[in-house]
Unconditional design. Structure first.
Length: 145
């Protein structure tokens, strides 16, 4: 495992777990924007209106963030160097969504969802930054081509 380019066992673990983790925002974005009744049934009318009334630019950021990470995880498992830019694109999307939710609509979000977004957002950022650093390290070691 010390050979440059050989796939370390932890790439499969990190890639697999990140794929599962990052499947959620892709599914969430898709089902919310398709206005799937089952998916939206967990929210009251005011919460639904908040999600469905998201500004177009923030919705685009949500798509970029969610799908960027999901694709980044797939590319990590495929040992592609393009995993790094996919995760970086996801960070741009997450920055936009974080701004929209926490800065522009922080009071509304707090009223509708309580303190949860204030705790989940930093966790999402921590996981994404860890994936960016991990993918860059694997690229530097020649594992990602």
């Amino acid at each position: 495992m010390t050979e440059v380019g050989k796939t370390p066992w932890h790439l499969w673990v990190v890639g697999g777990l990140s794929l599962l983790w990052n499947a959620f925002p892709a599914v969430d974005f898709t089902l919310t924007n398709l206005q799937n009744d089952f998916w939206l049934s967990q929210y009251n009318e005011e919460q639904r209106a908040f999600f469905l009334g998201t500004a177009a630019w923030a919705n685009a950021c949500w798509a970029l963030g969610g799908f960027g990470s999901f694709i980044g995880s797939l590319l990590l498992l495929l040992r592609s160097r393009h995993a790094v830019p996919a995760f970086l694109a996801s960070a741009i999307g997450l920055a936009g969504v974080s701004y929209y939710q926490l800065v522009q609509n922080g009071e509304t979000l707090k009223r509708l969802f309580g303190q949860a977004p204030l705790y989940t957002t930093p966790v999402i950022w921590a996981v994404l930054l860890a994936l960016i650093f991990y993918a860059r390290a694997m690229q530097a070691r020649g594992v990602l081509r």
